[in-house]
Design a protein around this ligand. Structure first.
Ligand SMILES: Cc1cc2nc3c(=O)[nH]c(=O)nc-3n(C[C@H](O)[C@H](O)[C@H](O)COP(=O)(O)O)c2cc1C
Length: 184
């Protein structure tokens, strides 16, 4: 397996907190010899899963013709898949949730693309003053990784971040993200 890290950026805010944390994580991964690439989901056209089960039956990627193809290509090729999402109502952002649902083709018995054994990382930022705000998101991530047979390689969760530039004023959080990338 290649040492490639795909980072899915799920915030609509360019240079927002999750993107800032993801950039530090990426620098850490590069310092450890990984190749990293990031995709901003917000600019893409990605529809929701329509439960047609055509992927399920054929084992192919989704039949919907939109920008999800770029994400499939980045995931097929990655050793580490990183989900960077701001916390929206204690869960995934609007932008990244359809990506999760469109991962369904990887998990059919007929799937032509084996992604078992990949590693996954969660990056999230939240405004709440209490870190327990991440409980629901963490549970969703951990159950999804368990279902996918992905090993969890890191959870970078920073609360008390409101305005878009808040993470960049917290060097200890940036360092935590850097170290998580470096220690992949
Ligand atoms: C629609 C929406 C829902 C949000 N829901 C929550 C929430 O449930 N809990 C929380 O702590 N912060 C919540 N926030 C605040 C964001 O998580 C926070 O501002 C975060 O730093 C944004 O990250 P970003 O800069 O990467 O977009 C919400 C923000 C928006 C826009």
């Amino acid at each position: 397996m290649s040492r490639k890290v795909t980072i899915l950026l799920g915030s609509p805010r360019r240079n927002g907190n999750t993107e800032t944390l993801a950039a530090s994580f990426s620098e850490g991964a590069v310092s450890a010899g990984y190749k990293t690439s990031a995709i901003r989901i917000a600019g893409l056209k990605i529809g929701g899963c329509i439960d047609c089960r055509r992927c399920w039956m054929s084992g192919a990627h989704c039949f919907l013709n939109d920008d999800m193809g770029d994400i499939y290509a980045a995931i097929d090729d990655a050793d580490v898949i990183t989900f960077a999402s701001p916390l929206y109502f204690y869960s995934w952002s609007t932008q990244i949730k359809p990506v999760w649902d469109r991962l369904l083709p990887y998990f059919s018995a007929n799937s032509k693309i084996n992604v078992k054994g990949r590693r996954a990382v969660l990056i999230s930022a939240a405004g709440d003053k209490d870190g327990s705000c991440f409980d629901g998101l963490k549970k969703s991530f951990e159950l999804s990784c368990n279902f996918a047979k992905w090993e969890i390689a890191g959870e970078i969760l920073v609360h008390n971040l409101h305005e878009a530039g808040a993470a960049s004023k917290k060097p200890e959080c940036l360092d935590m993200a850097f170290q998580a990338g470096k220690n992949l």
